[in-house]
Design a protein around this ligand. Sequence first.
Ligand code: ADP
Ligand code: MG
Length: 353
Amino acid sequence: MDRGTRFKNDEFAGMTQPENRDDSVPISEIREGHVEVDGVRLKLSHPYHSPGQWIGQQEVLMQLLACWITVDENDLPLTPRLTGPPGVGKTQLAIAAAEAQKRPLFIYQCTADTRPEDLLITPVLSQGGQISYHASPLVTAMLVGGVCILDEGNRMNEKSWASLAPLLDGRRYIESIVAGITIPAASEFRSAVTMNQDESTFEIPDYIMSRLQPTLPVGFPSKQDEMAILQYHLPFAKAEMLAMTVEFLQHSHELKLDFSPRDGINLLRFAIKRMIQDPAHPVNSDEAWQEALEKCLGEDAIDLESLAQRRRRTLGGDAVPLGLADLFFDLNDPMHPDREDLDEEDDQEDDDF
Ligand SMILES: Nc1ncnc2c1ncn2[C@@H]1O[C@H](COP(=O)(O)OP(=O)(O)O)[C@@H](O)[C@H]1O
Ligand SMILES: [Mg+2]
């Protein structure tokens, strides 16, 4: 984020703060994007504005919204984990939920080198040689009673997560060592964490995981929804190209491969750009689509069946390898040395019934 830009008060102007906001900073107290907490002047982060329509899978949206309900003044909202493969729509879902609630939205992109102060308050040397304190998107959301999405939370290390432990349980505050202040979250503050299911991530300790509940898995969209998603993002794409892409994505979901709506959107964008690039030598849609498939998703994507087969093998497939022979023979191979035993076991089982 560009920390140098001057914050405009009217950035918050269009937002409705919830009625019950005794403890959140009233918008009128935000002066040029700054508020004062315990004598420390904090520069607030920018809210995120973007149309966040969520298409299909209404159940998971309702589950997320339910987490943010409080049924009694002693009740607390929950901070759920939105999990699923990259590009499936986790961030979009959280954006849509914040929009449905008309709460200002702040997104914090977690990375492997996120430090606790990045998550909370960062000291910045200003022009006059003075230190100014910048509130992170998370702390800004806590102050104004907004929603914070901790995006790709499992990229973040334990030390940074530890600084959020008091926020994520009944205490609902953070302590900034750098600014020397404790900040309680406004009662309207809500949060959610998205997590990708891929390998390049940290193991989040259990005491943090137990505070990030419930887990809401986001699955791949149905055929109809996937078409609506692509159409929504690429209203200028031709019907036949949309259809080819949906067909491809649905086939890949059936084969349990991880090609996502995001992959479909990127591939279509590239194909369309290639098609209009040179009006003198128009590339036909099939050609452009095939090229985009290879360039965006890799050569492997051309033959989904064999990719799925290879993937199953590297993951061990449905059957856990039983011994050395499994490395050389398929389990169903008649040459497999253990095959007879398996058959016998089956026969025995049959006898028992
Ligand atoms: N259900 C949906 N409705 C609208 N857009 C979606 C939906 N699912 C995925 N998308 C779009 O697909 C792309 C990837 O979604 P994103 O939320 O960034 O995925 P993730 O956070 O799971 O990696 C975005 O452009 C997003 O808008
Ligand atoms: Mg995301």
